[in-house]
Design a protein around this ligand. Structure first.
Ligand code: OSB
Ligand code: MG
Length: 368
């Protein structure tokens, strides 16, 4: 049970279609994987940071730098998960970088113990209801076509990305085309200001499940005012970076639903804590996504199998993102995706595929 080295691997994969949000357009994923290598097992983690700091302040080259300078040196040959987490906690922020190393260690230690990540986290579901996040489309007709395709695939919930100027009319068009019974929600990625409250209240007539992250990450209190003027439940994504922020946001009434993304909160253990808090309070949560490949997706599915994840997540099938995933592809079956139940995250990269995508591998020896 000795850790020998940590590998940092950089790779690249194209998305099947450009993904536009209020903060930018993604056409590919600039990948960073962390691999923990020990005597009897190995573990994989995927960093969710994007190329540029547009979703949050983190970006993938920055995460690599933080991992090399500060986080990887927290690991020793005989480290436990707890000892590494304690050492990393001295460093502020850098949630996505921490989460990538934590994920690789969790996969590694679960494999050493012969348990699945799902059971380690306390999963109670063997499959997870799957929603899909629909990027901002150039026209309403294009949007209706994309949504129709995802409904044919069997997705049980549609999330529309919105921004000022492409919001109310888009939602109205989707409701008119597909009816009121479809589960529908929107995600603004922080594109509005609290002064837009009356505008956003026009969304109330469409019976949305929630409006995700309407205001800037830091404007937690703005949501309290917004919630007074808008009936649609407010769900926070970007703003929720720790359990303390989650507790405070719920206490002041800044949101009534939370999108839990392990990468955004510094890892799966913090994500579980936020889940547990929400579960205790009867606050619904769902598992967000960051366009992960199979490595990150497998771990997210394990988390999404916890009992408090009562809303469908952005845990879509591999082919919604990539022509060829780095693991065996995750597939949608009647709107659900199976939670992997093998040891650790239950999947591993297919070497021939990953090697082809890889641009650089650095192996860092772990001190005894
Ligand atoms: O805000 O939820 C978001 C993708 C990248 C960055 C931020 C977000 C998203 C998505 C897609 O909405 C989620 C997914 O399908 O992985
Ligand atoms: Mg979001």
């Amino acid at each position: 049970m000795t850790i020998r080295s940590i590998e940092i691997r950089r790779a690249h994969i194209e998305l099947v279609a450009p993904f536009q949000t209020s903060f930018g357009v993604e056409t590919d994923r600039n990948l960073l994987y962390v691999r923990v290598l020990g005597d009897d097992a190995e573990g994989w983690g995927e960093c969710v940071a994007m190329t540029d700091p547009l979703y949050s302040s983190e970006y993938v080259d920055g995460c690599e730098d933080v991992l090399r300078r500060y986080l990887v040196p927290c690991v020793h040959a005989n480290s436990t998960l707890e000892s590494v987490m304690a050492a990393m906690s001295s460093f502020r922020g850098n949630y996505m970088a921490k989460a990538a190393l934590e994920a690789a260690l969790l996969d590694y230690f679960c494999r050493v113990d012969g348990v699945s990540l799902a059971s380690r986290l306390g999963a109670t579901q063997s499959r997870v209801a799957s929603g899909v996040s629909v990027g901002i489309q150039p026209t309403i007709d294009a949007l209706l076509e994309v949504v129709a395709g995802y409904l044919r695939d069997g997705y049980v919930r549609i999330k529309l990305k919105i921004e000022p100027g492409r919001d109310v009319e888009r939602v109205r068009a989707v409701r008119e085309a597909f009816g009121n019974s479809m589960l529908l929600q929107v995600d603004a990625n922080a594109a509005y200001r609290v002064e837009d409250a009356r505008h956003l209240a026009q969304l109330d007539e469409f019976d949305l499940l929630l409006i995700e992250q309407p205001l800037p990450e830091e404007d937690l209190v703005g949501n309290v005012e917004l919630a007074r003027q808008v009936r649609t439940p407010i769900c926070l994504d970007e703003s929720i970076t720790t359990i303390e922020v989650a507790r405070g946001a719920l206490d002041i009434g800044a949101c009534s639903i939370i999108n839990i993304k392990p990468g955004r909160v510094g890892g799966y253990l913090e994500a579980k804590k936020i889940h547990d808090l929400c579960f205790e309070r009867g606050v619904p949560v769902w598992c967000g996504g960051m366009l992960e490949t199979g490595i990150g997706r497998a771990a997210n599915l394990a988390l999404a199998a916890l009992p408090g994840f009562t809303l469908p997540g952005d845990t879509s099938a591999s082919k919604r993102y990539f022509t060829r995933d780095v693991t065996e592809p995750f597939e949608l079956r009647e709107g659900y995706i199976d939670v992997p139940n093998g040891p650790g995250i239950g999947v591993a990269p297919i070497a021939a595929i990953l090697d082809e995508m890889t641009s650089r591998i650095d192996t860092i020896a772990v001190p005894s």
